[in-house]
Design a protein around this ligand. Sequence first.
Ligand SMILES: O=C(O)[C@@H](O)C(=O)COP(=O)(O)O
Ligand SMILES: [Zn+2]
Length: 217
Amino acid sequence: MSAEARLREQVCLFAKSLYDRGLTPGASGNISARLEDGRLLVTPTGSCFGRLDPARLSVLDEARAHIDGDAPTKEVALHAAFYETRPAQTGAVVHLHSTHSVALSMLPDTDPEDMIPPLTAYGIMKLGKVKLLPYFMPGDPAMGEAIRGLAGKRSAVVLANHGPVVAGKDLEAACYAMEELEETSKLAILTRGLSPKMLNEAQIQGLVTKFNVEWDD
Ligand SMILES: O=C(O)[C@@H](O)C(=O)COP(=O)(O)O
Ligand SMILES: [Zn+2]
């Protein structure tokens, strides 16, 4: 099996796993994954993560023009901005409509610079600081500009009233980080108002140093 055929299978398998666990409903969400030659495999617009066909994934060239497969997601500008601003760290980008991270994006006390409270070590290790971006109309290329404005400093963001977007070195890493974002958001909502004991600054810095976490503002 070629590397491209393997990646096509992987995109569909991870997407189905996310869908089957209720992490993105209906035809929401999109995935991109980079091939060795710089082309991107992306999920077609309007497609359901539970029923993707490896042969019909959209293919974009290095200029992010559609060259093969079904019509691509309307969020190409959003995905492309991660590959552009974090070239060495980005092999895949995942966007979902996952309930708890969207809920957290709407609450008044959520810190837009660091929206996930330091509740667990894994949340810090896998995500670093998560930026809350404003609301944009789905498909608005201004989302790409907003990602460029972060100058490559964040691998995970949440679009307010919409959903999370996570970039990883490969598809597996991006999906695992995304799952951590959703689970930690769930913990944040479950414990909100209950004065949960959070990790302190020394514990956070210990993780940042030991696990090389990106923690710049
Ligand atoms: O919320 C939206 O409409 C998009 O961000 C989305 O999640 C699905 O759009 P397509 O990838 O174009 O299907
Ligand atoms: Zn969306």
